[in-house]
Design a protein around this ligand. Structure first.
Ligand code: URA
Length: 247
């Protein structure tokens, strides 16, 4: 008999989702243990003996961790499944990658760097507010923000009634009708960059995430993906396995 383990931890280790999101999956009655629906939190299972399913599909402990960088195109939603049948980022990835899921979100209309993994602890580390992993976006905005507007963006603007944290803002290009800004933020509020640019009166017309922590999107083509390198996995605190250790 294996060491008993909390059901939400088991689901995170299986690569179903992060531990926090696992609690929601359990509470919503999507999980069974030995054919009985378990919707209360806190129960422990034996990972070797107990049969666990999510949405009717058996789940098993995975030992190989997968870390993917995708250049998400516009017009895809960042979930594993969409109730409305819209294309999801999973449609861009081969089934051989197994059950992986996105770390955080990009809007339907936003393109760029999106990480996916089956490592629940890694997800938690990257998304937990206390870690403040920086994210850099190229935002093409309407018009030309003046120095005052840029200063407001840098020091903080009101978004949904709360001031944003200081951001780095660089002007990359400008012409009479639009400006491209590189904006680095350390928070992950809903549609944050779009709302920040709205707040200074220069709405976003195009948005691409180009960096997350030490990771760079580089020249990865739109719609393509790659595995993170061993160095990238190590730097971000992921778990190396035999294949990784070779490179
Ligand atoms: N900010 C936004 O407005 N949209 C994103 O997709 C990411 C950050």
């Amino acid at each position: 008999m294996a060491e008993p383990m909390r059901l939400q931890k088991f689901l995170a280790l299986c690569g179903i989702t992060s531990r926090r999101a696992a609690e929601e999956i359990i509470s919503s009655g999507r999980v069974t243990v030995n054919d009985a629906v378990v919707s209360t939190l806190g129960i422990k299972i034996d990972p070797e003996q107990d049969a666990v399913t999510v949405d009717g599909k058996p789940v098993f402990l995975q030992t190989q961790h997968v870390y993917i960088m995708l250049n998400k195109p516009r017009g895809y939603i960042t979930t594993v499944h969409d109730e409305q049948g819209r294309p999801t980022v999973m449609d861009l990835l081969p089934a051989e990658l197994g059950r992986i899921y996105p770390i955080g979100r990009l809007d339907y209309d936003t393109e760029g760097l999106l990480l996916l993994t089956n490592d629940g602890d890694f997800t938690q580390r990257l998304t937990h507010p206390s870690h403040e992993v920086s994210k850099t976006y190229l935002a093409k905005v309407r018009g030309v923000p003046d120095d005052r507007a840029l200063k407001q963006l840098r020091t903080g603007v009101l978004v949904d009634g709360r001031k944003t944290h200081p951001a780095q803002v660089l002007v990359k290009h400008k012409n009479e009708t639009s400006t491209v800004l590189a904006i680095t933020i350390h928070e992950g509020r809903n549609r944050q960059v779009r709302k920040m640019c709205n707040a200074i009166g220069h709405p976003v017309v195009f948005l691409r995430r180009i960096a997350e922590g030490s990771l760079r999107l580089g020249d990865l083509p739109v719609g393509s993906f790659r595995h993170l390198t061993a160095d990238e996995v190590r730097t971000l605190g992921g778990k190396l396995h035999a294949d990784h250790k070779k490179n």
